[in-house]
Design a protein around this ligand. Structure first.
Ligand code: HEM
Length: 182
């Protein structure tokens, strides 16, 4: 099995982890919405959300390392080089954000004096001392990072849909595992 991306194609690991991250993120957002609406057992949902966040963080460390240490496959078709540079920079930034944003959440909860519980009675140790001023700073940094991440994700998804529906090429299908000859 091809373990790393090369100039011709993404590895199956990249493809699987790409969609695993998208699903984890969606599940975290869905849980956040349910917690906000107080639907169901809020405490259990919070623990599950912490577990999904931890998984997202660990997968994303590997993913970011893999992205910056392997070739990004050549683009499908003949896109404008500026678009290629922008789309790749956005993709790398998204991968980095999935490492940094969970750290910011962890730091914010620690600064609030909150222990992050996990299912099964486990918990994530705090990383900072409880301090409201520190929490305020971390929260500002988190909201700047989260806004930039959401804007980048919107651009990324727009690019994927534009390639699929407007340019009618195999960019999205390649990320769904289709073998594409370049
Ligand atoms: C429905 C949501 C998404 C769609 C439709 C989508 C689509 C795509 C496509 C088509 C590519 C291949 C681009 C190319 O050929 O160069 C790609 C690559 C990439 N995407 Fe997404 N994506 C989505 C969500 C995400 C999310 C949530 C993240 C990270 C938070 C992300 C990060 C990346 C990265 C880092 C790459 C480069 C390949 C890699 O290392 O995984 N994407 N995406």
């Amino acid at each position: 099995m091809q373990l790393r991306d090369n100039g011709l194609r993404f590895s199956p690991i990249t493809v699987a982890l790409h969609w695993a991250v998208a699903v984890l993120l969606l599940a975290i957002f869905a849980l956040q919405a349910m917690i906000g609406q107080a639907i169901g057992d809020v405490q259990q949902m919070g623990k599950l959300q912490n577990l999904l966040g931890l998984m997202l963080f660990l997968v994303s460390i590997y993913r970011f390392w893999a992205r910056v240490t392997a070739y990004h496959p050549l683009p499908v078709g003949t896109p404008n080089p500026i678009e290629v540079i922008i789309s790749r920079s956005v993709a790398v930034s998204l991968a980095l954000a999935m490492v940094l944003l969970p750290i910011a959440v962890w730091a914010s909860r620690s600064a609030a004096g909150e222990v992050m519980g996990l299912p099964g009675g486990l918990s994530i140790p705090t990383v900072l001392p409880a301090n409201p001023d520190l929490k305020a700073i971390v929260d500002v940094l988190f909201s700047i990072g989260a806004s930039a991440f959401l804007a980048g994700l919107a651009l990324h998804m727009f690019g994927a849909l534009k390639n699929h529906f407007l340019l009618k090429n195999n960019t999205l299908k390649r990320m769904l595992g289709k073998h594409v000859e370049l």
